[in-house]
Design a protein around this ligand. Structure first.
Ligand SMILES: [Zn+2]
Length: 266
């Protein structure tokens, strides 16, 4: 079984004429790669024709029991003003956690507008996922999501499940070192097999070494994700398999850790 915990339904490189078509493409990808469940991350831009927001995602998913969602509050535009909305969505199980995009948007994880969301997620025992590292073609933006701030949050909210995605590429070593003693930090693998990410981060052996060290430290806190459609699902499956882990640990990364961390009813 494999759960892909990091997917966007978006029109990327003219892959689809509409969001409905992009969603159809994802269902085909799931089938092709043996993905039995997925967490779709809606964008915090609303009403776009190019990437699904929360309402559109809820509509597309319909009654499917193997697809789940995260919430993506608009910190810049609305501050903490959407807290009640996300509280309700989390309590009703319509979303399984919160994703924050520091670096896509100009705020730090320690921004006080974010704090009520951490408190809420800690109380409800659901994770907060942080986008980290560079964006393709923009290295400046990584200043907003430096793991030093994420460590600060993980220490302040010691029961909160704090998930780092993209391993703060290209500075994976730095991210490993600064987070290694913090028990409530989790890592999710989206984009780690992407050609640009691999090359800029020091090559595939470096990426594998980083993952291996992380898995030795916290085998129950590494979670499979891909960032489809920007990244390829099969390359990410191949990356995990190439680590030659024992079956229990590999299963944990492919689905067990995800199911437990996000409390998925699968
Ligand atoms: Zn993503």
């Amino acid at each position: 079984m494999i759960i892909d915990s990091h997917v966007h339904i978006s029109r990327y490189n003219k892959n689809a004429a509409s969001l409905e078509e992009a969603f159809g493409l994802f269902l085909e990808e799931m089938e092709k790669n043996g993905i039995s469940g997925a967490i779709i991350i809606p964008d915090n831009i609303e009403g776009s024709d190019n990437i699904v927001d929360l309402d559109k995602a809820i509509e597309l998913i319909g009654e499917r029991k193997n697809l789940f969602l995260l919430g993506s509050p608009q910190i810049i535009q609305r501050g903490s003003g959407e807290l009640e909305k996300y509280k309700k969505l989390l309590e009703e199980g319509k979303i399984k956690g919160i994703k924050l995009f520091p670096g896509h948007d100009p705020y730090y994880p320690t921004d006080e507008r974010c704090l009520p969301y951490y408190e809420l997620c800690e109380k409800l025992n659901v994770p907060v996922l942080f986008h980290t590292g560079e964006n393709s073609g923009d290295s400046e933006c990584a200043k907003w999501n430096d793991p030093e701030y994420i460590v600060e949050i993980a220490k302040k909210y010691s029961q909160l499940k704090v998930i780092i995605t993209h391993y703060y590429w290209p500075k994976m070593d730095y991210c490993y070192e600064i987070t290694k003693d913090i028990q409530n930090i989790y890592f999710e693998t989206a984009a780690m097999a992407d050609a640009e990410v691999v090359e800029k981060s020091g090559g595939i052996e470096k990426v594998k070494e980083t993952l291996r060290k992380t898995i030795v430290d916290r085998s129950d806190k590494v979670i499979f994700g891909t960032d489809w459609p920007m990244c390829k699902i099969e390359e990410h499956i191949e990356l995990i398999k190439s680590l030659e882990l024992n079956k229990d640990v590999e299963d944990g990364i492919f689905w067990g850790n995800t199911k437990r961390t996000y409390n998925l009813p699968l």
